[in-house]
Design a protein around this ligand. Structure first.
Ligand code: SF4
Length: 751
């Protein structure tokens, strides 16, 4: 049974939150041996009666980028339960509901156990691996012969271990000759990547989680860690300095409600507010001139740019009063250790890169970087988005290198022992260009690995039609039931977290170890094994002859990283990662300290050749689809619960997690808007945009501003409404703004 949302009174909402929090708190206590022997206790239900654990090992969690350490309790070598690892430097004994349920979702009835292909009547039927692999190679090769090598592309994920990503990117581009491949990390992190590269000279989040506890001022922009990164939020709650917590967010989110200052700005006015803060800091002399002169470039240009962002202008554009803006600037000035944090509210925007850089600029001009409790800190989404950023061979050549740089291609070819001619000289198309390429008949074959674009891609209806145009769609996933897998011409069953080994890199650059603690069901194989088999059937196995295990790939990754900012040559092997509780990059033997919490830029040197960070800025753009008379509300999307992950592919399989959030889609709207539209709390409404419409339950709440509505992203229908528009630098989709109408269900609707 699913929890129904309490509608209307905010006290009810608080009550349900308290109930959920109490459930979560129960799970955060240490599990005793008695409890481990109790089937179903705490709803975990993973311990078969009479099967008490006889050993324990450790592994990092496979959902979000926090990268919590888990103790996996084993019986006869198989996982029977788990508890958070109290020794691990990330979570120190805590885990969110998703982590606690990481094992149960492996048992689902829709796990793929054998390859599937549609028969002549369109019914999916099992086929042997030998046949599936032959079909994979024959069909993709035929497409490449007819339409060119670049007509086959791949879409991957930030959920694969780094070694599998490196294998996939190498196999597809060097072995199969594909040019275009991207990951679902484009949907969450591309903006931060580009912002850091342009500002610092390398994609380098500078912080360590200890900074959550060492700041005296924390500024969160477009971030709701209470829900999206609950263990990071726990670290904030442990901060002993009684910090000021400032949240810039249009919604009164859980984090905003817990903050000392909530800046409830208008959607997409964040850039103006950040420039307005810089305006005040500079005008008042509340800047670190010594740091600026020694370590940054183009301060004068930036100072000139923000002169135009007077408090009056910012008030007009953002709805934030001059007094509040000044108060925030003064709080930043008075802080000794100020840290700035952002996530999807910034990244998923048509001007995300420049907004992220407006945050970076605040840290730079106030000298809040490279010291404990400071930094311009992007919080990543998926468990291995950071691994994808460095080693997926999609936007970067392996190891943070550049496909267009001859010296880089030469180095990578040498380390890999392959002919340099196999390495493309061009960057891949980004995700949106690959989708457009299908529409233009330039991409005819697509290999989708461990992601679900038919649910998650912006403007979903168009995406499904576009996928239908392909000559050949292969989906490789744990579950055969995802929206994308059901469209596939060939489905390959893959092992999931806990059923294979490898490494993840978390938000603070910590490389953590994933272990095999369960057998994959039926004939499902690890993605590593599938790639190895495809290489064999394709005829390029020689290229990967040295890679017999993920740890072999890890050894290659070490060499690829040499002399890069992300160098990890000092890590001996997996055992060292295990013993040390993960290791943050960079780690060069004898150069980098062995401290378990390390941050970047302590010497003030950045990765540009002159060692200086760039202050980058631009005039804000107008919103592409503002509310209008036909569609008078602005739709915001985002995470609605700590118990759900992305498209729910895994989390929906847990009966425990399903009790912690509403089963059916709901839309949050302001009481005054509900009254105006004649919408009663808890009634069904129709939400429509120019692209489609959906039916949802009305959750009437003052936590959204008038004129705005909010729908959680994990419901399948949500992206039927969203507008496909992108940041021009990062090509990241702007999920958080489009115009919609909302009416009682059954009345005339805009569409
Ligand atoms: Fe930790 Fe994230 Fe896993 Fe939750 S989902 S246990 S916060 S890593």
């Amino acid at each position: 049974m699913s929890t129904e949302l309490p509608i209307a009174p905010s006290s009810d909402r608080v009550a349900i939150r308290d109930r959920v929090a109490s459930l979560v708190r129960q799970w955060q206590g240490p599990l005793t041996a008695d409890l481990l022997r109790t089937p179903g206790k705490f709803g975990l239900g993973q311990v078969p009666a009479g099967k008490a654990p006889d050993a324990t090992t450790t592994a990092v969690c496979g959902y979000c980028s926090t990268g919590c350490g888990l103790n996996i309790h084993l019986r006869d070598g198989e996982a029977v339960n788990l508890t958070p690892d109290v020794e691990y430097p990330v979570n120190t004994g805590m885990a969110c509901p998703k982590g606690w349920e990481a094992l149960s979702v492996l048992q689902a009835s829709d796990r793929g156990t054998i390859p599937l292909m549609p028969d002549d009547f369109g019914n999916r039927v099992p086929v042997k691996w030998e046949i599936a692999l032959k079909v994979f190679c024959d069909r993709f090769k035929a497409i490449q012969e007819k339409h060119g090598k670049q007509s086959v592309a791949f879409l991957s994920t930030g959920q694969l271990p780094t070694e599998e990503m490196a294998f996939l990117g190498s196999l597809a581009k060097f072995g199969m000759g594909a040019l275009h491949g991207d990951g679902n990390t484009r949907q969450c992190m591309a903006t931060a990547v580009v912002a850091y590269k342009q500002a610092f000279g390398f994609d380098a989040p500078p912080y360590t989680y200890q900074d959550f506890e060492e700041s005296d001022v924390l500024v969160f922009v477009g971030a709701n860690p209470c829900l999206a990164h609950p263990i990071m939020w726990q670290r904030v709650c442990r901060n002993p300095h009684n910090p000021e917590i400032i949240v810039l967010d249009p919604r009164a989110t859980e984090t905003a409600n817990a903050a000392t200052q909530h800046v409830a700005l208008r959607p997409k006015s964040d850039m103006a507010v950040l420039y307005g803060l810089a305006h005040i800091l500079i005008a008042e002399g509340w800047i670190d001139r010594e740091f600026i002169d020694a370590h940054t470039a183009d301060f004068d240009g930036f100072a000139h740019h923000v002169q135009a962002f007077t408090p009056e202008r910012v008030e007009q554009e953002s709805g934030i009063t001059r007094e509040q803006l000044y108060y925030v600037a003064r709080t930043i000035h008075l802080g000794k250790r100020v840290s700035f944090w952002w996530t999807m509210g910034v990244n998923q925007s048509y001007q995300g890169v420049r907004t992220a850089q407006a945050i970076i600029n605040l840290a730079l001009i106030t000298g809040n970087i490279g010291r404990p409790g400071t930094g311009a800190n992007s919080i990543t989404g998926q468990c291995n988005a950071m691994g994808s950023r460095l080693f997926s061979n999609t936007t970067n050549l392996l190891g943070g290198h550049d496909f267009k740089n001859e010296a880089h291609r030469h180095k990578v070819a040498g380390v890999m022992g392959i002919d340099e001619s196999h390495i493309p000289h061009e960057d891949s198309w980004a995700y949106d260009r690959i989708i457009e390429g299908i529409l233009r008949d330039e991409i005819k074959g697509l290999w989708v690995i461990c992601t679900n674009p038919a649910h998650s891609w912006i403007n979903q209806n168009t995406c499904r039609e576009i996928l239908d145009k392909l000559d050949f769609l292969v989906v490789q996933d744990m579950y055969h039931s995802t929206e994308t897998a059901e469209l596939a011409d060939l489905y390959l069953p893959a092992a999931g977290w806990g059923e294979k080994e490898g490494t993840f890199i978390n938000s603070e650059r910590r490389i953590g170890l994933l272990k095999k603690v369960c057998k994959a069901p039926g004939k499902a194989l690890s993605d590593f094994s599938i790639f190895k088999l495809i290489a064999h059937y394709w005829g390029c196995e020689e290229m990967f002859a040295d890679w017999d295990s993920p740890e072999d790939v890890f050894q290659t990754m070490k060499e690829l990283s040499r002399d890069q900012p992300c160098e990890i040559t000092g890590i001996d092997d997996y055992r060292m990662l295990d013993e040390r509780g993960g290791i943050q990059w960079p780690y060069r033997a004898g150069v980098d300290s062995d401290d378990s919490q390390r941050r970047l830029f302590e010497d003030g040197r950045f990765y540009h050749e002159d060692g200086r960070a760039r202050l980058l800025y631009e005039e804000p753009k107008t919103m592409p689809e503002p509310p209008n008379p036909r569609y008078p509300y602005l739709l915001l999307t985002g995470r609605g619960t700590a118990s759900q992950w992305h498209t729910q592919t895994r989390t929906s399989k847990s009966s425990v997690l399903r009790t912690l959030y509403p089963e059916h889609i709901y839309v949050e709207m302001h009481p005054d808007d509900a009254k105006r539209e004649g919408i009663r709390p808890n009634s069904m409404v129709r939400v429509a945009s120019q692209r489609g419409s959906l039916k949802a339950k009305a959750f009437v709440t003052p936590t959204v501003q008038q004129g705005q509505v909010f729908i959680p992203m994990h419901y399948e229908e949500t992206n039927q409404l969203t507008l496909a528009h992108f940041d021009p630098y990062s090509r990241q989709p702007s999920y958080k703004n489009c115009a919609v109408s909302i009416r009682p269900e059954g009345s005339d609707v805009a569409k």
